[in-house]
Design a protein around this ligand. Structure first.
Ligand SMILES: [Fe+2]
Length: 503
């Protein structure tokens, strides 16, 4: 990562990075912890920072004033009922915390206006958080100028060459590579470049015209992030054991030898077309085909998924993934929000995670998760999925993310998050060492969901050629539009400004 001085002399527009943000977040949290009721120091708006990238859980920990007390107040000692300062001190001691500070008075005894303003702002932010869903979420970009650009990795692969299907709602299937995940020795044999990464310093993969095609986001530097990852890994391991599932069983069996569960909202036009045909045959097609719906799982699987969805550490990882998308690919986030919100409204669907824009997620429970090289061709082609790695593996020896079409492999340490266009870029993992554990959590947006909405809550098969042109334009037009959702390296700040408001 370039140093500050180097960034200052760079002709590129400076953009904020997750790691830098993490440092600010950490500092803000320290401030909050020591000054419970104090207003954030001028210049760094701690609450705004927290709102940007941390979860409500962090808020409730760091900003107790904003959370609703759930415990009963402890009873006061008898002498605390006495009036006066001594009584007050006793009462405060019994409650186990300092007396809450109100607005500070100036020399003349008048209440400080700035203190009043700060209380007002704090209350306003608390209100905003109550009503904020990923669809209304707005990234606060006022901190954006402070931070440097991610380190670029140039790749010989163009976003314009992605193999997409007609009108760019899904990508073309591609054959898996290798019968089992590659080992590090295999990669060395074929001389695939290996990029070292500490899982913290942000990097991005750029094509020849500097389109950002992959983000190696890293992790927030929240002091408890390590614990969050440990808790999540423990939860994943526990549900795998409780499920009794064996590696290779279930839906992910084709991609590798590990236990996996899928959850969320999806839409499969194929199944609807089949259903429609059957109903037509029986002359029973009186209602519209099913449309978007929750993934169907057996009751036992659903019970496991519900446990994972309710796990706070997994919720925080989901939030971080969603907000990373908002930061790194603002136009993609906006595209998801604009097309998904009507679906949720029309069909009365609930979000998979309260603070994540992604409608679907995969829990890869290992215990030795490593995928063969594949594409997820049903995902949005010019979209991003998030991958967060967990476990106790040595990232120098295994667990790398192979980006086959980018022509390199990158180390993928546990706790870190990566965003890739998984529909079009062939990807997989390096196998881990015997005795190690690796889990992963991914979030993504199925392309057919967006198509369903854009087709007016119909399958594309029900539309005439004229209607399709009306929706998506002439041949190739939508592809061009979708390509434009990816930001250019030196235009990200501008895109953030356009989507999220003035910097
Ligand atoms: Fe994948």
């Amino acid at each position: 990562m370039a140093g500050v001085d180097e960034q200052d002399t760079s002709p590129m527009v400076a953009i904020r990075t997750q790691a830098d943000f993490g440092a600010l977040l950490e500092r803000a949290m320290e401030n909050e912890a020591t000054q419970t009721a104090a207003e954030p120091a001028g210049g760094v708006d701690a609450a705004a920072l927290l709102q940007d990238f941390s979860s409500p859980w962090v808020f409730s920990t760091v900003m107790p004033l904003l959370s609703v007390p759930t415990r009963e107040a402890p009873s006061l000692p008898a002498n605390a009922k006495a009036s006066g300062a001594a009584g007050a001190r006793e009462a405060t001691a019994a409650l186990g915390k300092k007396k809450k500070k109100g607005p500070q008075k100036g020399k003349q005894g008048r209440i400080n206006r700035a203190a009043h303003k700060s209380i007002f702002r704090r209350e306003k932010r608390a209100e905003e958080r109550k009503i904020c869903t990923p669809f209304e979420f707005k990234l606060k970009v006022r901190m954006a100028q402070r931070h440097g650009a991610p380190e670029p990795i140039r790749v010989d692969c163009r976003a314009s060459e992605f193999r997409v299907n007609q009108n760019t709602y899904t990508a073309q299937p591609q054959a898996k590579i290798g019968k089992v995940p590659f080992s590090l020795q295999d990669l060395k044999k074929i001389r695939l470049k290996i990029v070292p990464w500490d899982g913290k310093i942000p990097m991005s993969a750029l094509d020849i015209i500097e389109t950002e095609m992959g983000y190696f986001v890293g992790q927030p530097q929240a002091p408890d992030w390590k614990q969050v990852i440990l808790d999540a890994a423990e939860a994943l391991e526990q549900v795998r054991v409780d499920s009794g599932f064996r590696p290779g069983q279930g839906k992910e069996g084709e991609r590798g030898h590990f236990v996996a569960f899928s959850a969320g909202v999806t839409h499969s036009p194929q199944s609807n077309i089949q259903a429609s045909a059957e109903l037509r045959e029986e002359n029973m097609l009186t209602t519209r085909p099913q449309g978007p719906r929750y993934r169907e799982n057996k009751p036992k699987e659903q019970e496991i998924i519900d446990r994972l969805l309710a796990t706070p550490s997994i919720q925080r990882i989901a939030t971080f993934g969603s907000r990373s998308l908002a930061y790194c690919a603002p136009k993609v986030y906006q595209h998801y929000a604009e097309n998904l919100q009507p679906i949720y409204d029309d069909y009365g669907l609930k979000l998979l995670f309260q603070d994540s824009i992604f409608p679907s997620a995969n829990f890869n429970l290992g215990p030795e998760t490593a995928c063969r090289i594949h594409v997820d061709c049903q995902n949005c082609p010019y979209g991003f999925c998030t991958i967060t790695a967990l476990g106790n593996y040595d990232p120098k020896k295994g667990g790398h993310l192979i980006l086959w079409d980018f022509g390199f492999t990158i180390e993928f340490p546990p706790s870190s998050t990566i965003l890739i266009p998984s529909a079009c870029v062939r990807h997989g993992n390096v196998a881990i060492q015997p005795g190690e554990q690796r889990y992963s959590f991914t979030q993504y947006c199925p392309g057919p969901l967006i198509q369903w909405h854009r087709c007016g809550n119909r399958n594309v098969g029900e539309l005439t050629a004229e209607e399709i042109i009306e929706i998506d334009g002439p041949k190739g037009a939508r592809r061009e539009k979708c390509r434009g959702l990816f930001s250019k390296y030196n235009e990200l700040a501008e895109d953030q400004q356009k989507v999220w408001g003035r910097l």
